[in-house]
Design a protein around this ligand. Sequence first.
Ligand code: NAD
Length: 246
Amino acid sequence: MNQLDLKGRVAAITGGARGIGLAIAERAAASGARVALWDVDLAEAERVAARLGGFAARVDVTDQAAIEAALAATESALGSLDILVANAGITGPNAPVESYPVDAWRQVIEIDLTGVFLCCRAVVPGMRARNYGRIVNIASVAGKEGNPNAAAYSAAKAGVIGLTKSLGKELATTNVRVNCVTPAAAQTDIFKQMTEAQITYMLSKIPANRFAGVEEIAALACWLASEDCSFSTGAVFDVSGGRATY
Ligand code: NAD
């Protein structure tokens, strides 16, 4: 595997303990970055940090104070933050809108959308002051097309796309780039939150007729996190085997 140049860069990856976030952390570390895993699962984040020579912090992305504390701790352990990958997310229930639990709607929006906003909000001042930063938000093809019986997830991911476009424009004259990745389904632990019918539906929508590999998503995310990504901002990048290419 060719590595990207992230030498000396400091990267925080939310939800970096497993799945797509873990693949991004591994690729970033192999490309020379010092990585911080920000996850609610501190024990697993610590195991990953020990293996990759990085740093772990217990962060619930809905908790502004925890994000700010993790940022300060990361910067004192590893140096100023250059890269944020806002990846943590959940799918929520599989339910038609008329019986979609309102509490679950609020929780999914809070983690999958407000969590991304809070992380971006925390890291932008330092990136702006240093005039360097790369923010990569992990959305989903569901945010472009909508998945049935997944109202909150689809709406939250559409929100992440809108947030990314807004911040891209806001920071366009600086050297802070803000982009988002829209993966199609990849077989991770998130599948445990889904029904068989949902998984079958998602596969049926991918023209390539297979799920994404987490390393394929990580390759794109790490390019967007690199200095090479100099003129793309506020942009949405599919890694979807042909799904939602618009
Ligand atoms: P996963 O369930 O395998 O891992 C998610 C990680 O996020 C876990 O380590 C978990 O502890 C952490 N997490 C959950 N809630 C958190 C919170 N409130 N604060 C901090 N950490 C939290 O999921 P994944 O498949 O790796 O998904 C990662 C991202 O990719 C999500 O945003 C997801 O919506 C998106 N995505 C996944 C797929 C897919 O099919 N796997 C497709 C498109 C987009």
